[in-house]
Design a protein around this ligand. Structure first.
Ligand code: AHR
Length: 508
């Protein structure tokens, strides 16, 4: 297999939007409780934050984290999660059929985010609640003081405002499963009024309107159009959500998932720009891909974590829900999805991998036990660390393969960045072929590469195959190793990728 890549430092797609390396913490399953927060755990600090998990989060390097949901937020009362912990109510969460103790809430998350060095992206409830609660939350969070709500925040321990810039206007409001789901007109009207009221409290905030829950929704396209017609002047971003999985052994299509993501992004850009033209607007609406990942929604249910726990009629605190175990193939797909997001960084300005810990997550933890990295941790961690500066518009001519769902797809998938400040070029490469190595020739047009500063490839050190994954007992079954066979000669870089692999090469 061969692929030829051309990189020219004059052909860029703008600055790397660092917020595309975002993640997501929902009050769902064990993401918060026994995930990031577990008082009494040997590694917990005095606030109950698991420092072993925090270390992995810092290593993974997310820049921004969406909170507190997800479907959860559409039935959430934010007031339940503030004030003295002993006085917080226990409530039923209908979204995940769970008992919510409210031991962890907004203050805890803001504190945790500071320790983790991430920006907070806060979602307001536009399912069961509305304009008034949304503006009250902005006042509580961001107003300096001298009003009942801001003084309540101060009394609850945070003298300084939280200064939360990024806000989601609800979650997946087009989805019939969502509490308080709405038609596009109903949601559009509510979202614009909530946006106005929130901005009247704090005009510096940035707002994300809900797009479709997936590109497969029957209203996809018309939903975005209607919602943006209502909200255009008041919002900055429209959201996208997408989850991928291998269906019945169709690895070829699964490995081509980024083609679907490319198409989805380009469709939403086109829709937003059509509303811009028709409405004679000057600003552009950018994209917030605020839920994406591999998620085995069918075919991997297990007895201890059924997907529809409501059927069992049991109400529990932090049950195991969708704790997917990720393998090598999943990690390669995640690498290509990150490539897609990065290549579209001229319009996709925010993206959040869903979720951070335990729930379809790159980090796993056990109650009273260890925390470890899943296979999908690695492409995220390396790209979040190394994709800096400008996005290079890589021109790729790759051998192709046939898929059932997406037709012909490139065997080799690439994204690249160039940091002028330190002269570093980073290439993120995936090889979708299962059978043979790929030789990738990179033509550095107009400049000569210095030296190879880093070359790593995802690997299964103790032997294994595309189904290998990390588990509590074998935490390093999948990891990175040095990639051999990377050579630079003047303006040409040559990389040899093993079959089914994800790799990073950094030049300086
Ligand atoms: O991330 C899991 C769930 O997927 C979220 O709660 C919801 O927004 C989406 O459907």
């Amino acid at each position: 297999t061969t692929a030829h890549v051309t990189l020219d430092r004059d052909f860029t797609a703008g600055e790397v939007p660092r917020r595309i390396f975002g993640s997501f913490v929902e009050h769902m399953g064990r993401c918060v409780y026994t995930g990031i927060y577990e008082p009494g755990h040997a590694a917990a600090d005095e606030r109950g934050f698991r420092t072993d998990v925090l270390d992995l989060v810092r290593e993974m390097g997310p820049t921004v984290i969406r909170y507190p949901g997800g479907n959860f937020v559409s039935g959430y009362r934010w007031e339940d999660g503030v004030g003295p912990a002993s006085e917080r109510p226990r409530r039923l969460d209908g979204a995940w059929h769970t008992v919510e103790s409210n031991a962890f809430g907004l203050h805890e998350f803001v504190d945790w985010a500071r320790v983790a060095d991430v920006e907070v992206m806060e979602a307001v409830n536009l399912g069961t609640r509305g304009v008034d609660e949304a503006r009250a939350l902005v006042e509580y969070a961001n107003h300096p003081g001298g009003t009942e709500l801001s003084d309540l925040r101060r009394k609850n321990g945070h003298d300084d405002p939280f200064g939360i810039k990024l806000w989601c206007l609800g979650n997946e409001m087009d989805g019939p499963w969502q509490m308080g789901a709405k038609t596009a007109d109903e949601y559009g009207r509510l979202a614009v009024e909530a946006a106005k009221a929130m901005r009247l409290v704090d005009p510096t905030i940035e707002l994300v309107a809900c797009g479709s829950s997936s590109s497969q929704m029957p209203t996809f396209g018309s939903w975005e159009q209607t919602v943006l017609r209502h909200t255009y002047d008041q919002v900055d971003y429209v959201s996208l959500h997408a989850y991928y999985q291998e269906h019945e052994g169709d690895h070829a299509s699964f490995l081509g998932s980024a083609v679907d993501m490319d198409h989805f992004i380009e469709s939403v850009v086109a829709t937003a720009d059509a509303v811009r033209a028709a409405g004679k607007h000057t600003k552009r609406i950018n994209l917030s891909f605020d839920e994406w990942n591999v998620w085995y929604q069918t075919g991997r249910d297990t007895e201890d974590q059924p997907h529809v726990i409501a059927e069992r009629n049991i109400w529990r605190e932090h049950p195991r829900i969708i704790e997917d175990e990720y393998n090598v193939t999943d990690a390669v797909v995640v690498g290509t999805l990150l490539n897609s997001l990065l290549r579209h960084g001229d319009r996709v300005k925010i993206a959040n991998q869903a979720q951070l810990v335990n729930v379809i997550a790159p980090i796993r933890s056990e109650e009273g036990g260890p925390a470890w990295r899943q296979s999908i941790f690695w492409p995220f961690a390396r790209m979040a660390a190394l994709a800096r500066g400008e996005i290079l518009r890589a021109v790729v001519r790759s051998d192709r393969y046939d898929t059932n769902r997406f037709g012909d797809v490139d065997l080799v998938d690439v994204s690249a960045t160039w940091s002028q400040a330190d002269g570093r070029v980073a290439l993120f490469l995936a090889h979708r072929g299962l059978d043979e190595d790929a030789t990738v020739t990179v033509d550095l047009r107009g400049w000569t590469a210095g030296r190879v500063a880093r070359a790593e490839v995802l690997d299964t050190p103790a032997g294994g195959d595309r189904f290998s994954s990390n588990t509590q007992d074998r935490q390093d079954a999948v990891g990175l190793r040095a990639l051999d066979g990377v050579a630079v000669d003047g303006s040409t870089l040559t990389v040899r990728l093993p079959a089914l692999s994800w790799a990073v090469v950094e030049l300086e």
